[in-house]
Design a protein around this ligand. Sequence first.
Ligand code: MN
Length: 310
Amino acid sequence: MSQSVLLLDKIKIEKLMLHYASFKVSRNAPGVVFAAKLPDAAITAYKSGKVLFQGGGALREAAIWGNADGQPSTKNPNVKGETLPEGFSGLSVLGSDETGTGDFFGPVTVAACFVSSDQIELVRELGVKDSKQLNDDLMRRIAPDLQETLIHSVLTLTNEKYNEVQAKGWSQGKIKALLHNQALKHVLRKMNGEKPDYILIDQFAERGIYYNHIKNESEIIRENVLFSTKAEGLHVAVAAASITARVAFLEEMDRLSAVAGITLPKGAGKVVDEAAAKILLKNGEAALKAMTKWHFANAQKAKKIAAMKR
Ligand code: MN
């Protein structure tokens, strides 16, 4: 049976008690302050602050309150997704994740990495363990080792191509789904008939929506596919994919920054509007379009700023 133990503070425990209130069961064991029974997981909170998660859904539930290493997570504690099998974090898993979808500048990148059960320790040692705390520089350092070690695929959808398919009416959901399917397909091909125990997609859409997006593809990866949000905390394969996708994004941003002659900012905030206006004035609209997700509101904002400066 899979289990996970977290040490949580008082506030977290109160939140946890509220969260599982409808699953509450009474438990008279010494030191127990709260117990809940879900269809696939038992949760026991102790006076000491220790919380024990047991059963098939233990890791999934524990990931809501802390990461896979047992460290309390400061991130939004909402993991949505499917029930993972027991001992999931120790299985051979092909994981996938994307990045760049919220950035005006730069591409959308998707990566898929296969981590066999006997590679998990090594991947952790390479530094993937604390993927939540990793900054861009650390990820750049880790990524080459991961790419050397793991069977993987990384896809970069350039802004030109992105704008072309977006103009055809493709949603970001469809774009992401097609890229995930393609990356998974590539890795499975490289695995030469070896099969992962499971495939885990960091969830950006419900299963039905995901498969609807890719229904016209000639090859659709379906076997043993699971979806979960915050999946990078559930298996290192997704954490590795997340890092790989991020570094591919950063590398394309480096290239585009060189073209633009300025360091392109990430995200979609005011700094981005200002930088875009500069490029508009210096290099023109076509040049700006070629390095951005043109349908974002930033394009119009940049045009306004540029018009005032002209
Ligand atoms: Mn993701």
